[in-house]
Design a protein. Structure first.
Ligand code: ARG
Length: 510
């Protein structure tokens, strides 16, 4: 399995969220001893009130403090937050708002803060509400007054909008990496199985023979569109909201292009009100992941069906399955089942975000803090499912004989016989009627069309001669469909070739 940076971060986050919770509990019981314990914590700003206390005549209710805090879930954006702060400080310095000494102190302080976080030495405080104030307070605790200047010309509103966009840009890239790995695996599988014959279904009833390679390439098409959506989502979110400040911009002589370029954004969010309140990109990601999970769950459903004793088309390697604690014979397709099941939460996340944003007046509202958990959950879930499928799908073991005899069993070449009669000059509706009679005869005598004698077939139409058997075989049926998008092995091979190029041209970060 590919170890992804986001996965590492997840493990890290999980560990530290427990840590943060327990340290908050001990801090709320005994603030002094907690502060003394940790030299990198924000001793001078033990709560968010340090950031806005001037206007308030009583301190925040302890429950409200916890209720309104987001640090336990937004601290996963610490790298993006620090990167944004560095760019902001550099811009302030270049535009003459911040002295060189203050700028250097801030950059050095942020180096130390990130080192503390990554070494697990950082004391995340719920009293400091979110990732932004935790980091700023820790910086000020380290470097003193220069730290207090970092927030000049900035608000948490444009700060958080910047952080999420930076986070999501990486998340799209991580998901795209896994999806590309999965798509490449499908090309390998399709190539291996390009001539394997199976029944194609409509209404889950045997319809016409297809090649398994062709079926796999249908999965490929579904998932390639998902990659297009990811690319599109990523490129539209790659715009800088920094400089919008709280909502109206700032009176400092800032240069938004400097931060845009330092942060690798493609362009600027044009309107300050929109910049701080737009969460379309989060909805787009959740929508793209909902569609992708819908696709994965369709594939999962086929794998689960095909692995059953009734189908026996495929097997999955043991490493992707589990057994039963009571039934010794069981081997359950847990991975596809779980992927199918996880589709629900990803749909739910999309609905949460759509509903979250509905009716919000401009500009920033605290409601927006609720964007992160559904969004992050969609990132984690999509990434996990893609990773599992990328590992599992190329490892499918195919039972060719079972597939083939299932394709034979359901009169799957009946349409081929009708098409044959049309080529002999009959109207399609008449041909359809004749073949229907032949199928009824076959059902009665347990004979496939290809197993009937020429005399028997001629009993249904005198237009039939012995060249009919070429079209009644499974190979004859699939080979005849050799046009672009058809199921013939040669058409599948050509599709795979084109697909490799299309895949290389799909995810194009701007
Ligand atoms: N934690 C907040 C969020 O996620 C950061 C922005 C807070 N802004 C504010 N005006 N209270 O949205």
């Amino acid at each position: 399995m590919h170890a992804s940076a986001l996965f590492n971060q997840l493990v890290y986050d999980q560990y530290h969220s427990t840590h943060a919770y327990s340290s908050f509990m001990s801090q709320s019981k005994n603030p002094e001893s907690q502060a003394a314990e940790n030299s990198s914590s924000a001793e001078s700003a033990a709560s968010g009130e340090g950031m806005w206390g001037g206007r308030f005549s009583e301190s925040t209710d302890e429950f409200v403090q916890e209720f309104t805090a987001s640090v336990n879930f937004d601290k996963r954006m610490y790298r993006q937050d620090i990167r944004g702060s560095r760019a902001h400080a550099t811009m302030l310095h270049r535009t003459g708002v911040l002295s060189k000494d203050d700028h250097d102190a801030i950059q050095g302080g942020l180096d130390a803060v990130i080192a503390d976080i990554e070494a697990g030495r950082f004391n995340w405080s719920v009293a400091l509400e979110d990732v932004h104030m935790n980091i700023e307070a820790a910086l000020t605790a380290r470097i003193g007054d220069a730290g207090k200047k970092l927030h000049t010309g900035r608000s948490r509103n444009d700060q958080v909008a910047t952080d999420i966009r930076l986070y999501m840009r990486d998340a799209c890239d991580e998901c795209a990496d896994q999806l590309i790995r999965l798509l490449n695996g499908l090309l390998v599988l399709a190539s291996r199985e390009k001539a394997s014959i199976m029944p194609g279904f409509t209404h889950l009833q045997t319809a016409q023979p297809v090649t398994f390679g062709h079926h796999v390439m249908a999965w490929f098409e579904m998932l390639l569109r998902d990659l297009e959506r990811l690319s599109d989502t990523r490129n539209r979110l790659n715009r800088s909201p920094l400089g919008a400040a709280a909502l109206a911009g700032t009176s400092y002589p800032i240069d938004r292009q400097i931060t845009q370029e330092l942060l690798g954004f493609n362009t600027l969010c044009e309107n300050s009100l929109d910049a701080v309140s737009d969460r379309d990109f989060a909805i787009e990601f959740c929508s793209a992941s909902a569609i992708s999970l819908m696709h994965l769950s369709r594939i999962a459903e086929e794998l689960v069906l095909w692995m059953s004793a009734q189908f026996k088309f495929i097997d999955l390697p043991d490493r992707f399955c589990t057994g039963s604690s009571i039934m010794p014979q069981k081997k359950n397709p847990d991975v596809p089942e779980l992927v199918r099941g996880k589709t629900g939460r990803v749909y739910g996340n999309l609905m949460s975000l759509l509903t979250l944003m509905k009716s919000q007046p401009l500009a920033y509202n605290k409601d927006n803090q609720e964007d992160k958990e559904p969004l992050f959950d969609s990132v984690d879930t999509l990434l996990g499912c893609l990773c599992a499928f990328a590992d599992m799908l190329p490892a499918i073991e195919v039972h060719h004989e079972a597939m083939r005899s299932a394709a034979k069993a359901g009169f799957s070449t009946a349409t081929d016989l009708a098409d044959y009669l049309v080529r002999q000059g009959l109207a399609f509706r008449d041909a359809h009627e004749i073949v229907g009679e032949a199928v009824a005869f076959g059902l009665q005598h347990k004979l496939d069309l290809s197993e009937m004698t020429l005399e028997q077939l001629q009993g249904f139409s005198t237009h039939i001669s012995d060249d009919v058997f070429k079209v009644l075989t499974l190979e004859g049926s699939v080979n005849a469909r050799s046009h672009v998008g058809g199921t013939a092995p040669e058409a599948v091979e050509a599709a795979i070739k084109r697909a490799a190029t299309r895949l290389n041209n799909t995810y194009k970060p701007n």
